[in-house]
Ligand binder design. Structure first.
Ligand SMILES: Nc1ncnc2c1ncn2[C@@H]1O[C@H](COP(=O)(O)OP(=O)(O)O)[C@@H](O)[C@H]1O
Ligand SMILES: O=C(O)[C@@H](CO)OP(=O)(O)O
Length: 361
């Protein structure tokens, strides 16, 4: 039997590559003769560059950029032919800000990363969005590329309070002649009920009262910088980085689709008998745009069953099927929360061994 293993990262415990390897190790304990094809995945968030490098090869270039709280932060660009890939979470990820709300946290480093990518002379730069700890509407990115305003653009959303004017000419000049592709994991607008602060603020540590304040800063920023662009799908990805990149002429594409195509997932699914995906928490936010739903859609096209192995499964059977999944299995249900976090790779392997008993033939 051939099994395609295509998980996302398990945020905080396993990278996508580690998760795929753990699943393969456990599966082989039960079914040593099964052929396993490892395809670690990303939707534009953490792991984007690693996952693409593992499949596409290319050259990795190390750079140091300004982190979300100002500290020098290492990041890596991937250059493949005339395209550079940049992962915004490396410069402003939640792992760098901690759950502090990010009211002063900046995306300046993402602008620096983009500038470094453009500096390599490529024709196209793909920016992966997701997993950010910031909510600055991408103002920091614009500052990192030379934009100026009557308020500081690189002091987080708090710095935008009372903004009246912005000049994007220098930033637009900096990206002129380069195609900017915005690979985002969500299609939310910048502000409002479905905006960056309201929907993704809580996971960054913003309290109910502060969400409203940050949303109002973003709303005002949108009025000054580009109201219509703020409503476009994906403007609210990565705390509004999508907005800034769209203002600079970027075009949005779902990150999962970009990665799926880049790693040739449809053909690999057709060559398999079963597709296995997974992520840390399988919940209803795992809908369209996220790795498990994207992998399930590819499996469906290939007429192959798809199952999910997750740290925790937080949806019922009906929702799981709506997400295209035949079954979803939980590490926590098998080994308990303590062991799941103490030995994430070992316990995911144990779960995979169990699942192989049901699915391998
Ligand atoms: N090994 C694990 N076992 C159980 N739960 C995990 C494990 N790793 C991560 N998680 C849970 O998954 C959550 C992250 O969800 P995940 O789907 O990986 O990321 P996101 O939703 O940010 O894309 C974590 O907050 C944690 O509760
Ligand atoms: O960075 C963020 O604000 C969100 C949405 O883009 O990412 P994730 O869905 O990975 O939590």
């Amino acid at each position: 039997m051939r099994v395609l293993v295509a998980p996302d990262k398990f945020a905080g415990t396993l990278t996508a590559v580690e998760a795929a390897e753990a699943v393969a190790a456990g599966w082989h304990r039960h079914a040593p003769d099964d052929e396993i094809d490892l395809a670690p995945m990303s939707d534009g968030g953490p792991g984007f560059v690693d996952v693409l490098h593992a499949t596409l090869g290319g050259e990795l270039l190390a750079v140091t950029v300004t982190g979300p709280t100002g500290a020098p932060t290492p990041a890596t660009l991937l250059v493949v032919d005339d395209t550079a890939y940049v992962e915004s979470a490396q410069a402003c990820g939640l792992h760098l800000t901690g759950a502090q709300g990010g009211e002063q946290a900046t995306t300046r480093g993402v602008g620096e990363l983009l500038a470094a990518a453009i500096g390599t002379g490529v024709r196209r730069v793909v920016v992966g969005l997701g997993g950010s700890g910031t909510s600055d509407g991408g103002a920091g990115l614009l500052a990192g590329l030379g934009a100026t305003a009557d308020v500081p653009l690189d002091e987080g959303p708090a710095g935008l309070d009372g903004i009246g004017t912005i000049d994007l000419a220098a930033a637009r000049e900096r990206v002129a002649g380069v195609e900017v592709v915005v690979a985002s994991d969500v299609d939310n607008p910048l502000s409002g009920l479905f905006g960056a602060a309201k929907v993704f603020g809580p996971q960054k540590g913003l309290t109910e009262e502060r969400l409203v304040v940050v949303d109002a800063w973003l709303e005002r920023f949108a009025e000054v910088a580009g109201r219509r662009t703020a409503l476009e799908p994906g403007a609210g990805a990565a705390g509004g980085l999508g907005f800034a990149l769209l203002l600079l002429g970027g075009t949005r594409t779902p990150g999962i689709g970009l990665v799926t195509d880049a790693v040739g997932l449809p053909a690999r699914a057709r060559a398999a008998d079963l597709v296995v995906t997974g992520e840390g928490a399988f919940d209803f936010s795992s809908r369209a745009g996220k790795v498990p739903a994207g992998v399930a859609a590819v499996a469906e096209q290939a007429v192959r069953p798809c199952v999910a192995l997750a740290g925790a499964v937080l949806v019922g059977a009906r929702e799981m099927r709506a997400l295209g999944m035949e079954s979803a299995y939980s590490v926590v249900d098998l080994v308990g929360e303590e062991r799941a976090f103490a030995d994430p790779a070992g316990s995911l392997a144990d779960l995979a061994e169990r699942v192989a008993r049901t699915w391998s033939r």
